[in-house]
Ligand binder design. Structure first.
Ligand code: HH2
Length: 282
């Protein structure tokens, strides 16, 4: 069976190939690179460097969603991402994604040429008629979606998350969200799903989801995995944030073998090398 993810007017064949999204965090408080790219020129230069390293797309975010982080206003988020998108989109030559859960931020980003909306709340925000507002907006712009599963809110999501069966609950939730997005006008081949590693999940929950990526890819949408530098590597292996690259690559490549096709990472060059090797062996 073939698997396609459409971004802009391009259909990416993901049957045997993965895509790497390089992370551009324009935040003072992201857990691994907070404050490094708050200046728009620095953020733009960083994005261009990730493209040189082989990124297939960039994911620009103006709000940290690390456990315990406080939400920021739409105005503040727009003030952070707008100057970066203005510089980056015309020069990137690859699609740019906006990592946001806010309608106003997504609207500004799509207006500036972003082609993907990456919503860590899994389309929680509804419009007046109960439709997922970000999907309605994406349909209007012929944009693509990444629908991620998160239990609760970043501020509190890691306080004792509980599931009866994390794999079936997350996959059921993603299937419903993707169906709602299609009903709102987004075509099925513009939707990717993401289990949200570390978002309202204990270490055991995140490991269970990584072991069962096949159950998520069975939904028929491309599966994204974001493990880059995350705290599960500290909890499991005692690794500091600067020591998590190899463990992250191992997790990403095993996820690829189980069907994951989109990889959101800070470490683009290494991820691209590992992925090209895995593709050759698939
Ligand atoms: N993880 C983070 C942010 N956005 N989006 C998707 N689809 N999947 C993820 O796993 C994901 C995401 C958190 O990572 P990061 O951007 O490095 O940190 P912060 O939220 O502190 O900015």
């Amino acid at each position: 069976m073939s698997l396609v993810y459409r971004i802009g007017d391009r259909a990416h064949d993901l049957t045997r190939r993965g895509l790497v999204l390089g992370i551009v965090n324009v935040t003072p408080d992201s857990f691994s690179d907070g404050g490094r790219f708050l200046d728009p020129d620095a953020a733009c230069a960083h994005g261009l460097r990730l493209i040189e390293e082989g990124a297939d797309a960039l994911d620009v975010g103006g709000e940290s969603t690390r456990p315990g982080s406080e939400a920021v206003s739409a105005e503040e988020e727009i003030a952070r991402v707008r100057p970066v998108l203005e510089r980056l989109v015309p020069r990137a030559g690859v699609p740019v994604s906006i990592d946001t859960s806010k309608l106003e931020v997504a609207r500004v980003a799509l207006g500036l040429g972003a082609m993907i909306v990456n919503d860590v709340t899994g389309l929680r925000l509804r419009d007046g008629t109960g439709r997922p507002a970000l999907a309605v907006l994406a349909a209007e712009y012929h944009a693509s979606l990444i629908v991620m599963h998160m239990r609760g809110e970043p501020r509190t999501m890691q306080t004792d998350p509980r599931y009866d069966d994390v794999v079936s609950e997350v996959s059921g939730h993603l299937a419903r969200a993707a169906r709602d997005a299609q009903a709102a006008g987004v075509s099925f081949d513009r939707i990717a799903v993401d289990p949200g590693i570390g978002f309202g999940k204990s270490l055991e929950h995140s490991l269970a989801l990584l072991r069962r990526v096949d159950a998520l890819s069975a939904l028929g949408y491309p599966v994204m995995i974001g493990v880059s530098r995350k705290s599960l590597f500290e909890k499991l292996l005692g690794l500091a944030v600067t020591e998590r690259l190899e463990a992250g690559l191992a997790a990403s490549i095993l996820a690829f073998e189980k069907g994951a096709r989109l990889f959101r990472t800070h470490d683009v060059a290494a991820t691209v090398r590992a992925l090209r090797m895995a593709e050759a062996l698939l």
